[in-house]
Structure formats: structure tokens, C-alpha cells
Design a protein around this ligand. Structure first.
Ligand code: SF4
Length: 393
């Protein structure tokens, strides 16, 4: 996750005081675990990575098994659990799991489509003291309903946001940009302000299938750049105004490099300091500081790697699976620097980006270390001279 607001608040402070904040100390004690507790969902969204449907899935972890895994996660010093699905509210023991997680002092997030959160459920969510609830929205009104394949889904999710806000639950809007809903971003950012949501999570689509040509002219890449420009401008206005709203992105760590260029153009004297912060962050954290456990107990490097299992928590504790680098993908993800190839290997900003999410390269070419086809930066932005760019292509 790339925290735009964190960096722009630093910039605002530097502009106000003449001094850039020091690089933050250390990384969290362990990986953030995104836990798909259930695959069942009441919706069948077009871009669902879990390919969920509204029926039960056999073999999901029992309450007792979930508790055993939680004990191991705590001992491994995992700080954050994001309870997800499917739709996690369909899991009958969700509030039991959440209560235990809070008692164990995890930071606990809930990732929901929102359609099941009426006043009564909102009461339970508030009583469970989730630290954060993310509600997914793909657009306004009918656009969202079309993505969610359910008329009325937008109204239900928006009602959920209001119910949670009324109970002082920290709510964020989660938006995945595709070629079909890119135009919805301005309206969603306005909605965020209107409803008083705390966070806006902009997720890039982890698509595959684009060639490594015409990068700067690519329509999706251009739309991505425009979306990021809008996010940066919005987050910058909020940072300068001291607003509490936060903007973050996911699934494309080139965003850090793009922000660096944004700052370089506007406030060049702070670009060096920002770069130090970004290198300390290090970019993509799949397989290192982000982990995923699916509904059957399989561990994955992150949620976009469901086609690559690392082992089951039924057979080995998470802590053992996570530290095991006998899997070549995990060995590569944990290596610093990662064994990048092609354009990413030649990129002068790879220490900022970390080589990005490797899953698009793997899906497109079969090689997880090939150039990321989702990188929307042009050659000059990643320090490639024309000859080197030709050789790296
Ligand atoms: S070329 Fe690769 S390493 Fe460089 S910014 Fe793009 S995705 Fe990241």
C-alpha cells in the first residue's frame, strides 16, 4: 500500500517549516495479514479476485482453526489483521473472531461490500471496535450496480457508510479503477468528502495482457496517470489544509516514483528528501510485509497470488510457511534487491518501487521477474536512456 497522504503531509510540513521530517524508524514487527475468512459472497462482482459466488464453499477453516492460527500470528508479531472474503459478514462467527482479535490487540480491519450492513449490523460492527471498515464502491449509482451485478447495491453500500459514520466507526471507500469506471473517480472523491469518510483506497487493476510497447501512449496507462494526478492534487489540498482524510493506493508501486516526479516538478528542493523516505519504504511488499491466508487456509504472497499456494496453515504454522524460502517465488520476493529482469532491472527507480507487484509479469509472460506490464512510467521517468530502453524491452 502506498500512503500518498503520509508523504504529502511531510511535504506540507517541510513547506511550512523549511525542514523536512526525518525518515521514519523501522518497519512494522511483522506482515499485515489479509485473511479471506470466507469465499461466499452475496454479490458476484466483475473484478472479484476470489471469483466468489453466493453458495457455501466446502473445507473452510473452522472457528477453532482460525483461533489457532491467530495465536501463531500473534506469536509471530503480526500487527494487523484485515478480515475479508467473499463477504466476511456472511461468516456466522465473524464477530466472535473479531472480538478475540481485538482482545489479542491486533489492529483489526474489515473489508466489506457494505450491502449487508443495516442499522442492526452497524451496531454490532461498532460494538466490535473494528479499527477500520473499508467499503467497496466502483462508481456512483448505476455504474456501481452494473459492476456489482445487483440493482440497489450502491444505495445499500452508501447507507452502510452512513450507518457506520453515525456510530463513529472509521470508514474508508475502496475503489478499483478499470477501463470501464475510470471516469467515476472525481465523483467518488467528492462522495468521500460528502459522507465524511476517513480514507480513500485507490486500487489499480492487476490486469495482464498488455504488451511492452507504446507505453506512454497506452490508453490505460494514460488514464492511470490522470487518476494519480487527481489523487495527488486532492491529497495535497487536504494535506495543506490539515484535513484528516487519507489517500492510499494499492497494486502498483510505481505510484511512489510517479509521486517523486510530481514533487520534483512542483517543489524540487524537497525531492531528495522525499526520495530517501520512499527508498526507506522500499515499494512492493508482497511476500514480505503483506501476506494472505485464503478461506481454506492456504497462504499466499498476497491476495493477487491465489494461483500460487505456499502451504496450508492446517499442516504448518503460518510463521513457518512465511519464513520458508525454499519456494523460488518467495525467495525472490524476499530478496533485496529482487531478481528483476528486463525494463525493471534497468530502472533507476527500482529501489523506490521494489519492482512492483510481480503478478502481472507472471501472468503475462510466465516469468515473475520480467518487466511489469502495469508500469505506466515512460523511459525518461525511470532513468532509461534510449539505447538502454531498447535493450531492456
Ligand atoms: S520499471 Fe519496474 S521497477 Fe521501475 S518503476 Fe516501473 S515497475 Fe517499478
Amino acid at each position: 500500500m502506498f500512503r500518498i497522504t503520509q508523504y504529502l503531509r511531510d511535504l506540507a510540513q517541510a513547506e511550512a517549516t523549511g525542514s523536512y521530517p526525518a525518515v521514519r524508524a523501522s518497519r512494522p514487527s511483522g506482515p499485515v495479514v489479509i485473511w479471506n475468512l470466507i469465499r461466499r459472497c452475496n454479490l458476484t462482482c466483475k473484478h472479484c479476485y476470489a471469483l466468489s459466488a453466493d453458495h457455501e464453499y466446502a473445507g473452510e477453516l473452522s472457528t477453532a482453526e482460525v483461533f489457532t492460527v491467530m495465536d501463531d500470528l500473534k506469536a509471530y508479531r503480526v500487527p494487523v489483521l484485515i478480515l475479508s472474503g467473499g463477504e466476511p459478514l456472511l461468516r456466522p462467527d465473524l464477530f466472535e473472531i473479531a472480538a478475540r482479535a481485538k482482545a489479542m490487540r491486533f489492529y483489526v480491519g474489515l473489508s466489506s461490500n457494505g450491502t449487508l450492513i443495516d442499522a442492526a449490523v452497524a451496531d454490532r460492527v461498532a460494538a466490535a471496535h473494528f479499527d477500520y471498515v473499508g467499503i467497496s464502491l466502483d462508481g456512483i449509482g448505476a455504474v456501481h450496480d452494473k459492476f456489482r451485478r445487483k440493482v440497489g447495491a450502491f444505495d445499500a453500500s452508501l447507507a452502510a457508510v452512513h450507518e457506520l459514520q453515525a456510530r463513529d466507526v472509521k470508514v474508508g471507500l475502496r475503489y478499483t479503477m478499470t477501463s470501464l469506471n475510470g471516469g467515476e473517480l472525481p465523483a467518488l472523491l467528492q462522495l468521500m468528502r460528502d459522507v465524511g469518510a476517513h480514507k480513500f483506497y485507490f486500487s489499480h487493476l492487476n490486469y495482464a495482457g498488455r504488451g511492452n510497447i507504446h507505453r506512454s501512449k497506452d490508453a490505460h496507462h494514460q488514464a492511470t496517470r490522470e487518476a494519480l494526478d487527481l489523487l495527488f492534487d486532492t491529497a495535497w489540498a487536504d494535506a495543506q489544509a490539515g484535513a484528516e482524510r487519507e489517500y492510499v493506493t494499492g497494486n502498483n508501486d510505481a505510484d511512489g516514483v510517479y509521486l517523486l516526479h510530481w514533487v520534483q516538478r512542483r517543489y524540487p528542493r524537497w525531492a531528495g528528501a522525499l526520495r530517501e523516505h520512499l527508498v526507506a519504504w522500499g515499494g512492493n511488499a508482497s511476500g514480505v510485509m503483506v501476506a494472505n491466508i485464503d478461506n481454506l487456509g492456504q497462504v499466499h504472497p498476497d491476495t493477487m497470488w491465489w494461483h500460487h499456494g505456499l502451504g496450508s496453515v492446517r499442516e504448518r504454522p503460518f510463521s513457518q510457511i512465511w519464513d520458508d524460502v525454499s519456494d523460488p517465488l518467495m525467495a525472490g520476493l524476499k530478496a533485496r534487491p529482487r531478481p528483476l529482469q528486463g525494463r525493471c532491472a534497468a530502472c533507476t527507480e527500482r529501489a523506490v518501487c521494489g519492482g512492483n507487484t510481480r503478478v502481472r509479469a507472471q501472468q503475462l509472460t510466465g516469468n515473475p521477474w520480467a518487466a511489469d506490464p502495469g508500469c505506466y512510467l515512460d523511459d525518461a521517468e525511470i532513468g532509461l536512456q534510449p539505447q538502454a530502453a531498447e535493450a531492456a524491452a
